[in-house]
Design a protein around this ligand. Structure first.
Ligand code: ATP
Length: 687
């Protein structure tokens, strides 16, 4: 019954006998108490589809004494394994032929007492992404067969007794390489010369960049300047990882991915110049508009009344005088406008940095883009705090004009939006309301938008957006939307809410790489036909078929799900959903185009070519395609609810968890392999 769960259980039992004869570490592997390894009670064992797929037993002192050498061969029978980590035990003996484990993606045998050669049969594990054999007693040559592992991202052979050359380690996708502290010799292959010297150190016989040149090698001497330049540049794959959204803020342990000093200086200088210039322009624009409406020549800050609200409904909250002039002059009733801060009731972010309008006006600013509801700026305050400021276009404020009722409506709407706090929603932290000027202050999202990640810089030199990252973004955005849709549920004290403008430019990436929905509830603010038309035309391609013709602002849960379906199609196809024609038509209606291709049974034709290099994801892509098409169904009643969409995306992600190591955020240097599923968004559904 090879290839069955019974066979897996027998193999595990043999392993336990050999590696843990006292039975102390693996006492839960008890067939009478827990008959199935897949029942969830067996330490370190995870199953999928009725087979053992993960075995993670780290730092348990497994050794087996003299019989320990029989331990690993028992595991060579677990042919459903995807992940095997036995790091930090005392396992001895040789690494057996593991070629039966053809589905293995991650193999961690570091910090044991393994000896003998690295078996050439490891070269048959062509799905491996990470291989770590460091800190053992392995000897002999690095087998050339390792050179077949062209999906490897991590290769660690350091701190063994390996001899001979390292040509086999010149693998195309490596992001992490360490062969230090062995007895290796010969020239370092140029393909890995960009890794730091520490990756090769402790091998007296190795030479060539990044180590000193090989003796008598004239060519190497001449190439020395290039070689040192290479040391400052990460290898291509490492650059991809470093610039991927998820990795943007991750600390680098190896120093890979650093730019040259000159480049950094040039970029910083360039940034200052651009920021300064834009700041000047913005200052010139805002200042006259705001301060120019002085009465009797009074400066803005003297008449300015800043209201700090201790509650989101706090127009009537604590009123504090502020501004350089300090205080509401003589109790004047004259009110130019007010900056209202919206408290984070969940207290999840440690409080918002408060500031006055003057400080905002003083801030250096950079235009981020012009949208349907206004123009967005990045503003850097005096103390370096960065915020995003959206200046609403004229006519984009509930009720329009500036009368008391429209002001009340606006304030109420802001109070509602200010209460939206979720790890997948961009928080609105403050707003400024004056008769002719409305500013919204949001947390700044430093990693761009899904639009820029998907469509930016297509062509040579582009950093591809990998499938795992696309799924993570889809999952985060769906969670954010589910939160918004569920906010208005009974007893929440919130009105029923729809986002109203789901599209890839409104899915931003925060500093942790998580997706966050921006611009929630702004579509409903458009009060003049021109503002509504502008907003609607910028959302062409995402607007559900049942939406009323453009000038009318419109938002609904079903409409959000339709737009989200279009975003999913955008993620799958890499195509923009609709480009507008001057006559108001849309060139490509993504859902209809995809449907027509799928009907012709050319399904694979629709997928983004960029995804073709992510192997083994076809099933996941087809599952997502079906989900996307059901969201973008023409008939609203056929569209699923967003809660179901979240669940389906999570299922696809769970299936793919082993299809790519980047799904597996728990598997890395620092955390080792965790049995718990990675939760990157940290955002459980608030349902
Ligand atoms: N909080 C934010 N942090 C960082 N960038 C932002 C933020 N909000 C908006 N942006 C950026 O500013 C650009 C302009 O945003 P804006 O919302 O004004 O336009 P839009 O999303 O293109 O269209 P629309 O107004 O119809 O939503 C966006 O492309 C987005 O990348």
């Amino acid at each position: 019954n090879a290839g069955s769960l019974d066979a897996d259980a027998a193999a595990l039992a043999d392993f336990r006998l050999a590696a843990d004869p006292s039975g102390a570490a693996l006492s839960s592997w008890n067939l009478s108490a827990n008959p199935s390894p897949c029942g969830g009670a067996w330490r370190g064992v995870t199953c999928a589809g009725g087979r053992v797929t993960r075995l993670v037993l780290e730092g348990l002192g497994l050794s087996g004494g003299s019989g320990g050498a029989a331990a690993l061969p028992a595991l060579a029978r677990l042919d459903g394994l995807r992940v095997l980590s036995l790091k930090g035990n005392a396992l001895s003996g040789e690494i057996p032929d593991l070629s039966q484990l053809a589905g293995l993606k991650l193999l961690f045998l570091a910090r044991n007492a393994l000896s003998g050669p690295i078996p050439p049969s490891l070269g048959a594990l062509y799905r491996l992404y990470r291989l770590d054999l460091s800190f053992n007693n392995l000897s002999g040559a690095v087998p050339p067969e390792l050179g077949h592992l062209d999906r490897l991202l991590t290769l660690r052979l350091d701190s063994n007794r390996l001899t001979g050359g390292i040509d086999a380690v010149a693998l195309p996708r490596l992001q992490e390489l360490n062969v230090s502290n062995n007895v290796l010799s010969g020239r370092i292959p140029p393909a890995v010369a960009a890794f730091p010297a520490a990756a090769f150190g402790g091998n007296a016989g190795l030479c060539g960049a990044p180590l000193p040149p090989c003796g008598g090698d004239e060519a190497a001497q001449q190439q020395q300047p290039n070689a040192s330049a290479a040391r400052d540049c990460p290898p291509a794959a490492a650059m991809v990882a470093a610039s991927s959204p998820a990795g943007a803020d991750a600390p680098s342990s190896s120093g890979k991915g650093k730019m040259s000093r000159a480049a950094v200086v040039a970029i910083v200088a360039g940034d200052f110049a651009v920021v300064g210039l834009v700041a000047g322009l913005l200052f010139c624009y805002f200042w006259p508009r705001l301060s120019g409406r002085r009465r009797g020549g009074r400066r803005l800050q003297q008449g300015e009344k800043i209201v700090y609200s201790s509650s989101p409904y706090g127009a009537a909250g604590v009123v504090a005088a502020a501004g350089a002039g300090g205080g509401v002059a003589g109790g004047a009733t004259f009110e130019r406008g007010k900056m209202v801060f919206l408290e984070d009731l969940s207290c999840s972010n440690g409080g918002t940095r408060r500031f006055e309008l003057e400080e905002l006006l003083r801030a250096s600013a950079e235009m981020l883009g012009k949208g349907g509801s206004g123009t967005a700026y990045k503003a850097v305050l005096d103390d370096g705090t960065v915020v995003a400021v959206k200046r609403l276009r004229d006519g984009t404020a509930a009720g329009g004009g500036g009368g008391a009722s429209s002001k009340k409506e606006f304030e109420h709407h802001m109070a509602v939006l200010g209460r939206l706090r979720h790890p997948n929603v961009v928080p609105l932290t403050a707003y400024y309301y004056a008769r002719d000027e409305k500013l919204l202050v949001y947390e700044y999202m430093p990693n761009g938008s899904l639009f820029s990640l998907l469509h930016g810089n297509r062509g040579p030199g582009r950093t591809p957006l990998e499938w795992a990252a696309r799924l993570r973004i889809a999952s985060g955005a769906a969670r954010g939307l589910a939160y918004i849709h569920h906010c208005g549920r009974r007893g929440s004290g919130m009105p029923k809410l729809a986002h109203g403008n789901i599209k890839s430019t409104n899915i931003l990436i925060d500093r942790y790489g998580a997706a966050r929905l921006a611009d929630c509830g702004l579509a409903q603010l458009a009060s003049s036909p021109s503002a509504a038309a502008a907003a609607a035309s910028r959302s062409a391609g995402y607007r559900a078929p049942e939406a009323p013709p453009p000038p009318r602002p419109w938002a609904s849960h079903k409409g959000d799900v339709y737009a989200f379906g279009v975003v999913l199609l955008e993620l799958l196809t890499g195509r923009c959903p609709g480009s507008e024609l001057p006559n108001g038509g849309v060139v490509v209606e993504l859902p209809r185009w995809v449907q027509s291709v799928v009907r012709e049974e050319w399904t694979s034709e629709v997928f983004d070519l960029e995804l073709m290099k992510d192997k083994g994801i076809e099933e996941e892509m087809v599952a997502m395609l079906q989900l996307a098409l059901s969201c973008a169904a023409a008939a609203p009643e056929q569209r699923p609810k967003i809660g179901y969409v979240v669940k389906m995306i999570d299922e696809v992600r769970a299936c793919g968890e082993e299809a790519s190591p980047s799904h597996d955020e728990s598997v890395d240097e620092s955390s080792g392999v965790s049995d718990s599923p990675a939760v990157s968004e940290g955002g459980a559904l608030s349902q």
